[in-house]
Design a protein around this ligand. Structure first.
Ligand code: NAD
Length: 715
């Protein structure tokens, strides 16, 4: 044994060749935490001290190779000064460079996922062999940073600038064939033959058939581009990548700038440039928010896993109502492997639902993501029906009929009689209280909300809504079914609108208030899109549908009259009364026309301004800050109320719900994180400036208390 630690062991395997094996004790995966880095240092020193070694194979004893850095350590690390961060990176890089400089040929055997720091480890050796199912990549930009263990330096020299830009700025996980094509790895080998192949490469180097020195020099030297080529490669990619990422996500473009800057340098100088750039990105609020998001997501997964343990099996599901939502639920369930019965009261509904599923599946086949045979299997696992014939076999029902409490009440009672006593009933209602819907049920303990978002196949969130009488088993089974459908479930308590719509409608309240006071709705959209929303509020209302928006708004107003009831006619009312339902009938705040590709395109309609005249009470110019404040304050304050009322369990659930459910700008981390970042005291001060606009803008007593004590939502 040459070295033995808790994450790494090094031993001699054959003919003077050593094997450095990553196997982090007590963990299911290898990751670069502090301990692993320290041990890599010690292991490399031990290797250097060996006088007679002829080569090194780097391996992993886990299913994955190394999944990346330990992100749970990032928040503390990034809290340090920029200088400390640079020093920290340089220290770690000295270890990777020491691996690269070992006095014999080195090969990594990539048996499974090698991402981020894990892939940078692979890049430090002379050669890489990779199992067919393994994946490699540098996903750091997803956390608002870029590779900091020499990745920008080694990859750009190994595979060329264009490929390096694509890998680093896209952050994708790359399959073995793609990795081989770009030259990121040298061979694809079955997993059980990886070490053998690595040893063969080392032997060839030692026999003079392969030149590992030349390889090494290439990685350590300057990028081979003349000034003109270099200018073209970097400038074009900066414009392209910058356009795609947008200015709210600076890391991809910074990564290109860093590569451009170190292109003419050799390794050690180049790594200094990378370290400085990395530290700059690590100190951005974007990175802090995205790292926070990652950690929140991990928490969410843990919670879902705990629920799954208590869940009953869902072997067969059913959905009532084959409309927009019901059709989507049937498709998603069947696609992910849970057969489903789809019931409607009329044949037209069923045909519509099935056609929708067919359309989505055909798209998958066309894109090569599915074979025609598989498409048939998926379609066959949706059983359309007009009656309750097979419902005794159903384990879980999703009710998705029209949003009307009376209709839902009747339908839920009917289906309760048609299913087994242990079957779980859920409702996809957007706004109606689960306790209200449970009132006339015989087994309210088996009932909860299962709120999907439109379009079901695209939107990741499912709110699982727990009523007063809902049992743990009902929640657990619904959470497990949502997971099985590939969704992210968040368990919330019952109230009108639950978490997401309860928070969204105050935001629309901010919007109609702005229009009333003379703001141009198009300007509001532009400002909020620049702020980071995927679409502004007027556009969003067009997508949601004005009928849905108006109806749900009324339910919310009944639930929270003090702040959600509108005394006067709103812009939404006007659109609705003029049959401008939004995208569904090509006319809302905007007009919708088909572009040349047959896609719906939004265009300005002057008529909208005329129609809105009666609701506009003044003519005011609003600054961007004003618009942002008037839109964001109600949303954030309602999120605070949801937390205080126990609708969500903790701040992480609230923020994740908004990011996954309504597209809250991820780089801002969520509504509560947004308040934290502004400072609770500053946020309360800002709200008080707008107090005249009514209770939607009034902070809670508890928030005022937090402002005084300096308490935050996160940490
Ligand atoms: N559309 C959305 O954006 C959205 C988003 C989240 C939740 N929801 C909720 O999902 C539910 C369905 O909405 P949708 O947009 O799919 O409506 P939809 O009008 O498209 O579909 C409703 C379907 O239910 C059928 N139906 C009516 N009574 C029925 C009964 N007794 N038994 C079986 N089927 C019956 C209708 O024939 C129709 O096909 C509503 O509660 C809505 O609030 C909608």
């Amino acid at each position: 044994m040459i070295y033995e630690g808790k994450a790494i062991t090094v031993k001699e395997i054959e003919g003077g060749i050593a094997q450095l094996d990553f196997d982090l004790q007590g963990e299911s995966v290898n990751k670069f935490n502090r301990l692993t880095i320290e041990e890599l240092h010690a292991a490399t020193d031990a290797l250097k001290a060996q006088k007679k070694l002829k080569g090194l194979v780097v391996t992993s004893s886990k299913d994955s190779f190394i999944v990346g850095a330990d992100i749970t350590e990032f928040s503390d690390l990034f809290a340090g000064s920029e200088e400390d961060l640079v020093a920290n990176n340089l220290q770690a890089n000295a270890i990777f460079s020491a691996v690269e400089d070992l006095p014999f040929p080195t090969v990594t055997a990539i048996n499974g996922i090698a991402l981020g720091g894990g892939f940078e480890m692979c890049l430090a050796t002379d050669f890489r062999v990779m199992a067919p199912k393994a994946k490699v990549g540098l996903p750091e930009v997803k956390l608002g940073i870029f590779p900091g263990f020499g990745g920008t330096v080694r990859l750009s020299r190994l595979v060329g600038v264009d490929n390096a830009v694509e890998w680093i700025c896209g952050g994708a996980e790359n399959r073995a064939d793609a990795a081989l094509k770009t030259g990121a790895v040298d061979a694809i080998v079955e997993p059980e033959k990886l070490v053998e192949a690595a040893v063969a490469i080392i032997n060839q180097c030692n026999e003079g058939k392969l030149d590992h020195e030349a390889r090494r020099e290439e990685k350590k030297g300057k990028i081979k581009l003349n000034a003109m080529e270099s200018m073209m490669a970097f400038e074009i990619s900066k414009a392209f990548v910058g356009g795609k990422a947008g200015k709210n996500y600076p890391a991809p473009v910074e990564a290109i700038k860093v590569m451009q800057k170190h292109a003419g340098m050799t390794r050690d100088k180049a790594i200094e440039v990378e370290a400085k750039g990395f530290a700059k990105m690590a100190k951005t609020n974007v990175a802090a928010c995205l790292v926070g998001l990652f950690l929140n997501d991990q928490e969410l997964k843990k919670k879902a896993k705990a629920w799954e343990k208590e869940a009953s099996d869902v072997k067969l599901a059913a959905v009532l109502g084959a409309g927009i939502m019901g059709g989507g639920v049937a498709y998603q369930s069947a696609l992910k492997g849970t057969p489903i019965i789809m019931k409607d009261i009329n044949q037209d509904g069923i045909t519509l639902g099935l056609n929708e599923a067919k359309k989505l599946l055909t798209k998958r086949v066309d894109k090569g993501r599915m074979k025609a045979g598989q498409m048939a299997d998926v379609l066959n696992s949706i059983t359309p029906t007009l009656n309750y014939g097979d419902f005794k076999n159903v384990d879980l029902v999703v009710e998705a009929v029209v949003e009307n409490p009376k209709v839902k009440d009747a339908v839920l009672r009917e289906v309760e009689d048609a299913v087994r006593e242990d079957a779980i009933l859920t409702s996809n209602t957007s706004t109606i209280s689960i306790d209200l819907l449970a009132k006339n049920l015989k087994r309210p303990e088996n009932f909860c909300g299962m709120h999907f978002f439109n379009p079901v196949h695209m939107m990741p969130l499912v709110e699982v809504i727990r009523g007063k009488k809902t049992s743990d088993r009902a929640v657990a089974t619904t959470v497990a079914y949502a997971k099985a459908m590939g969704k992210t479930p968040i368990v919330v308590n019952d109230c009108p609108g639950f978490l997401v719509n309860r928070v969204l409608f105050p935001y629309f309240g901010g919007f109609v208030g702005l229009v009333r006071d003379g703001a141009d709705f198009q300007k509001v959209d532009k400002v909020m899109e620049k702020f980071g929303w995927p679409m502004g509020p007027a556009y969003l209302l067009d997508v949601v549908g004005m009928d849905t928006g108006k109806h749900a708004g009324e339910v919310m107003a009944d639930g929270f009259p003090d702040r959600m009831k509108h005394a006067e006619t709103t812009a939404i009312d006007v659109m609705f009364e003029n049959n401008r339902y939004g995208q569904k009938n090509d006319l809302g705040f905007y007009k919708y026309e088909l572009d040349r590709k047959g896609k719906q395109k939004k265009v300005v309609d002057e008529e909208t301004y005329k129609l809105l005249e009666p609701v506009v009470q003044g003519k005011n110019e609003f600054s961007d800050e004003d618009i942002i404040a008037r839109m964001m304050l109600p949303l954030c304050l309602e999120t605070v109320r949801c937390l205080e009322d126990g609708i969500v369990e903790d701040p992480a659930d609230a923020d994740m719900g908004l990011i996954f459910g309504i597209g809250f700008p991820p780089f801002r981390g969520g509504a509560l994180r947004y308040i934290d970042d502004m400072g609770v005291d500053k946020f309360v001060e800002l709200a008080d400036k707008y107090a005249d606009l009514g209770p939607l803008y009034h902070p809670t007593e508890k928030l005022r208390e937090m402002a005084k004590t300096g308490e935050k939502f996160f940490g």
